[in-house]
Design a binder for this molecule. Structure first.
Ligand code: A3P
Length: 289
């Protein structure tokens, strides 16, 4: 089956089916107890979802084994023919709900701001996201064909990929945290010291679960354990939507893989363009650990 081209919703490029459903998403009514996990795609959404879900359930591993991650943490704007939409799933779920989104800050349904919901934003450096996204485009066939790495990288730098510009996304959410309850975290920090970052999440969620549960959540959300766990890594999604034989969802889970993809020339061009796009912000990323 041919891959659908992206479709624009008020200037935002989206997976075609998501764009066609977006007017409904805009009307979504958040509950004050909803906790939102917001990310640019490939920044560590699934990892944070697993962490937050476990914290919410007091580290109850058995509960997390019963349902797949996309059931436990619905994807707000998700819409693919023949599958329950994110907003439909959420309608059936009692608060406190954990909700995931990839929307740029200006596209988040107004209700989340009105209800002053807590939000956790996870950001990952632009180069590793580009590499991860390239592989994800290949395996998740609701995206257009990414073409070659060179072709994809250009599109990514131009913001001509699903959910738009990485640069605008990370900056937009960074600015918004001045006025709302947003915990802004970094994938690189989570890699460096998962325990420390999970403690930040617990504190933000006002959960004190003790050392033993904390250690259990750290182990349970390690890359190796999540990779083996179909419930945590979309292993139960039909191959027509995600084909793990093309590229596994749990691909490498490291920082600095971009060095295996960027040529020296691509890296120089990327850095110069990055400086232009990111020059005005206090937001700092680590491209390697
Ligand atoms: P790579 O493709 O670089 O391996 P998202 O969930 O936002 O789509 O992000 C997916 C990326 O996060 C993938 O990156 C995936 O391997 C990585 N990831 C998922 N779970 C992880 C974990 N527990 N630890 C480290 N990285 C993880």
């Amino acid at each position: 089956t041919p891959r659908p081209a992206l479709k624009y919703f008020h200037g935002l490029p989206l997976i075609k089916y998501f764009a066609e459903n977006f007017e409904e998403v805009e009307k979504f009514q958040a509950h004050p107890d909803d906790l939102l996990i917001s990310t640019y795609p490939k920044a560590g959404t699934t990892w944070m979802s697993e962490i937050v879900d476990l914290i919410l359930n007091d580290g109850d591993i058995e509960k997390s084994k019963r349902d797949a991650i996309f059931i436990r943490v619905p994807f707000l704007e998700f819409a693919v023919p023949g599958v329950l939409k994110g907003i439909e799933q959420l309608a059936a779920l009692p608060p406190p709900r954990v909700i995931k989104t990839h929307l740029p800050v200006e596209f988040l349904p107004q209700s989340f701001w009105d209800k002053n919901c807590k939000m956790i934003y996870v950001a990952r450096n632009a180069k590793d996201v580009a590499v991860s996204y390239y592989h994800f485009y290949q395996m998740a066939k609701v995206h257009p064909d990414p073409g070659t790495w060179k072709q994809f990288l250009k599109k990514y730098m131009d913001g001509d990929v699903s959910f738009g510009s990485w640069y605008n996304h990370v900056k937009g959410w960074w600015e918004k945290k001045k006025d709302y309850r947003i915990l802004y975290l970094f994938y690189e920090d989570m890699k460096e010291n998962p325990k420390r970052e999970i403690q930040k999440v617990m504190k933000f969620m006002e959960k004190d679960l003790g050392e033993e549960v904390l250690e259990r959540i750290v182990r349970r959300t390690s890359f190796q354990v999540m990779k083996e766990n179909d419930m945590a890594n979309y292993g139960t999604i039909p191959t027509s939507v995600m084909d793990h034989s093309i590229s596994p969802f749990m691909r490498k889970g490291i920082s600095g893989d971009w060095k295996n993809y960027f040529t020296v020339a691509q890296n120089e061009e990327f850095d110069a363009d990055y400086a232009k796009k990111m020059g005005q912000t206090s937001l700092q990323f680590r491209n390697e650990l």
